[in-house]
Design a protein around this ligand. Structure first.
Ligand SMILES: [Zn+2]
Length: 311
């Protein structure tokens, strides 16, 4: 009910916004691709996370990511079905099981491969994106274009969890020694899951804690090319994070530089060494970076106003 009220308030705000748009913007708004629409001043200064965090469903537009992973939105997102033959979406109350169709296809394909591994019925999928992407009220800085997804480290034993169970059960941490090493819950299957996830050509990067990357570097006896895409990062011991490349033809999507050449194993080992033997703090520590200002709608690509205004 609350959602309905919110939705209709939003509709009123949007109707007012559209009235102030000229004819040109209006015809662009009706075009199949989300065009950059003139953002009414009153909207452009609004908090982007408030605007996007309140959207209950996807825009009725051709699927397209706009902007970059940590400053963007997604048109025509698709919802990952809550339960499939080889996956379940977790924490449904967050309504973050929406993504670009390429991400949804990727997750279905990955889950089918993982389901062949002993002990894994498939995958538990954490946050993808909000229905229209954009910044979130809580959590992630990225996940804004429907091209990032979190996959739980907990091997799914069953895929018939109720909505309630999906709110309550937790994933498991894989790390010990502050992420320098994997712990005893890490299995060869975790290696295979991450390898399958990274080997897909749609993937740009996988983020996981440094100890997991080093473990994989040490255990991999075959083709090592996929290791380049496995990037050590902070956190990421309850889940790993998949980031897809900009889909072909997605001209509004700004790609990240590709990872450095090579398998990245020496860099990951250096990170681990720093965890185990932290270097002494610098004599003149740099001034702390001020917190990033909150994104407004004007900070996002122009198309994102159209994504918000679409039905
Ligand atoms: Zn993530």
């Amino acid at each position: 009910m609350k959602q309905v009220v919110k939705r209709s308030l939003w509709a009123v705000a949007m109707a007012a916004a559209l009235v102030s748009c000229g004819q040109r913007e209006r015809s662009e708004h009706n075009a199949p691709r989300a065009a950059a629409v003139a953002v009414p001043a009153a909207l452009s200064s609004k908090s982007a996370k408030q605007l996007f965090g309140g959207m209950p469903d996807a825009s009725v537009q051709a699927p397209a990511p706009y902007g970059s992973y940590a400053k963007g939105c997604v048109a025509g997102a698709v919802q990952l079905p809550e339960t499939g033959p080889t996956w379940q979406a977790m924490r449904l109350s967050r309504n973050r099981n929406w993504g670009h169709p390429e991400m949804i296809d990727y997750l279905k394909d990955l889950s089918a491969k993982v389901a062949r591994l002993p002990g894994w019925e498939g995958i538990y999928v954490g946050d993808i994106s909000q229905p229209r992407g954009g910044p979130m009220l809580t959590g992630h800085a990225s996940h804004q274009m429907g091209l990032d997804a979190d996959v739980w480290m907990l091997p799914p034993k069953r895929l018939n969890l109720s909505r309630d169970e999906r709110e309550k059960i937790s994933s498991i941490s894989m790390r010990r020694a502050s992420g320098a090493y994997v712990n005893s819950d890490w299995t060869p299957q975790h290696h295979e899951v991450l390898k399958a996830a990274a080997s897909d050509p749609r993937v740009a990067r996988i983020f996981v804690f440094p100890g997991a990357k080093v473990q994989m570097c040490n255990d991999e006896k075959g083709d090592r090319t996929y290791l380049r895409k496995i990037r050590p990062w902070y956190g990421h011991h309850y889940h790993f994070h998949v980031r897809l490349n900009c889909p072909r033809g997605a001209t509004g999507c700004v790609p990240q530089d590709p990872p450095p050449a090579g398998d990245g194993c020496a860099d990951a080992q250096a990170w681990v060494n720093n965890i185990l033997n932290p270097p002494p703090p610098p004599k003149n520590p740099p001034a702390p970076t001020p917190p990033r200002p909150e994104l407004t709608l004007a900070d996002l690509p122009g198309q994102c106003a159209g994504v918000l205004q679409s039905n």
